[in-house]
Design a binder for this molecule. Structure first.
Ligand code: NAD
Length: 435
């Protein structure tokens, strides 16, 4: 099939490359002309494991193309996916400006019978609204609009797409459903479960899935607090809970609060939708506040470890990405924690294997090429991101470079015994501090 992705970010580029791998002919469009020019030179705008190789192979097979303008590819497309950003507004509602603009621009080019699919994460009712909007612009002529939420995670996006737990297709007519099933036929044939439902159900499924995953993280963070107060160890507790098949082990790792480009904005929008439709989401409202509070609380914990006079003391921050294997810093806990440390007078030296925040964010940080460089003269080292690289650190070398001897691990990536034998004091989450 001829497919166009409107928006070539994490989702548009990954799904475009994966759909090309499934045998379709894909054009990824982005209004950022520089991004498109770079992609044509095989330079990727985002870091995602395996993606550069997949893009290169599919370009060589001439199944993956890039364009700065939608006109030509959309005119001959069978299906057009909208994969643009849906940031949160101040009041928590999703800002659909990009989706609306992309839909209007696309709809005027679509040939009769072609399908417009919303893959961006949007509030329930958006597919209906977009259908009315674009049909109105086309003088009332019919445009089919379907919903196909995306569940991939940054850091494991290709596997998440190719071996997804399920495909959710939201369509309000048979022709749209058939076209979308054709897009995913190679995956459906492999036995991947398909949920074929209405657009509203598909839209709610995506929000509810993200909300439940975020709740699991918020829950285990509170259990970790309880473990600290009671003298317990959250690692054992999480294992004990997670082996229950009704619960499952994923998303039960305590940390500095969740961040990223999806959970925070999607749960705010979910809560906003609940308020708008008089179906308040009390659990999610509480989670939103609690998660923000957690980031601030952990900043204060770091300050307590830094001692009573933090001014000019040095802290080495290891990791600023919101999680491992991505260069994404959107809503990363680091963006809340580091400025609070700096306000209190700490000098922050930071390292991340891939993430480099854009200008204007974390400007006063001293950026270092390696974790060891960040640790030079540090009174305290703090692991903020669970990068596998940090698991392989030579802790003896790290300890030797530091002025102090405390390693705070806000991701519990080490076993305590492993750290203390190198002369470090080890403070982790939901586990007893060990000297
Ligand atoms: P992104 O910001 O990385 O990429 C969006 C791209 O769309 C940008 O490159 C932008 O230039 C482009 N764009 C905006 N308007 C356009 C237009 N009119 N025409 C062409 N290009 C346009 O966003 P993302 O992280 O890929 O997320 C996209 C959507 O998918 C969001 O709704 C997000 O919530 C959802 N989602 C994201 C993830 C994730 O892990 N990032 C996972 C699942 C779902």
């Amino acid at each position: 099939m001829k497919i166009v992705m409107i928006g070539t970010g994490y989702v548009g580029l990954t799904t475009g490359a994966c759909l090309a791998d499934l045998g379709h002919e894909i054009t990824c469009v982005d209004l950022d002309a520089e991004r498109i020019a770079a992609l044509k030179r095989h330079e990727l705008p985002v870091f995602e494991p395996g993606l550069a190789e997949l893009v290169k192979v599919q370009m060589a097979k001439r199944r993956l193309h890039f364009a700065a303008r939608p006109n030509r590819p959309v005119r001959s497309a069978d299906v057009v996916f909208i994969t643009v950003g849906t940031p949160a507004r101040q009041d928590g509602d999703a800002d659909l400006t990009q989706v609306e603009a992309a839909a209007l621009e696309t709809a005027r080019l679509l040939r009769p019978g072609a399908l417009l699919v919303l893959k961006s994460t949007v509030p329930p009712g958006t597919a209906h609204r977009i259908r009315q909007l674009v049909c109105g612009r086309r003088g009332g002529s019919r445009v089919r609009v379907a919903s196909n939420p995306e569940f991939l995670r940054e850091g494991s996006a290709i596997a998440d797409f190719m071996e997804t737990d399920r495909i959710v297709i939201g369509a309000d007519d048979d022709r749209s459903r058939t076209l979308l099933e054709e897009v995913y036929e190679p995956l459906i044939d492999k036995g991947i479960p398909l949920i074929s439902t209405s657009t509203i159900n598909a839209e709610i499924t995506k929000y509810a899935a993200n909300a439940l995953l975020a709740l699991k993280i918020g829950f285990i963070n509170q259990v970790a607090d309880l473990c600290e107060s009671a003298g317990g160890d959250v690692d054992y507790v999480a294992k004990g809970i997670g082996l229950d098949k009704r619960i499952g082990p994923a998303f039960l790792a305590p940390g500095p609060g969740f961040g990223g480009s999806c959970f925070p904005k999607d749960i705010r929008s979910f809560a906003h939708t609940g308020r708008r439709l008089s179906a308040p989401q009390h659990l999610i409202e509480a989670l939103i506040d609690k998660n923000e509070e957690r980031k601030r609380e952990l900043a204060h914990r770091i300050l307590r470890e830094a001692g009573p006079a933090p001014a000019r003391r040095r802290v080495a921050i290891l990791g600023v990405a919101f999680k491992a294997n991505t260069d994404d810093v959107r809503e990363s806990p680091a963006l809340t924690i580091i400025p609070l440390l700096q306000e209190a007078g700490l000098v922050v030296r930071a390292h991340d294997p891939k993430a480099h925040p854009p200008a204007g964010q974390l400007d006063k940080v001293v950026w270092c090429d390696t974790a060891y460089e960040a640790a030079i003269g540090a009174d305290l080292a703090v692991i903020l991101t669970d990068w596998p690289d940090y698991r392989d650190l030579d802790l003896e070398r790290l300890a030797g470079l530091m002025a102090g001897h405390t390693l705070m691990d806000l991701r519990n990536i080490f076993a305590p015994s492993e750290v203390i034998r190198h002369g470090l004091r080890y403070v982790s989450i939901g586990r007893p501090a060990i000297d």
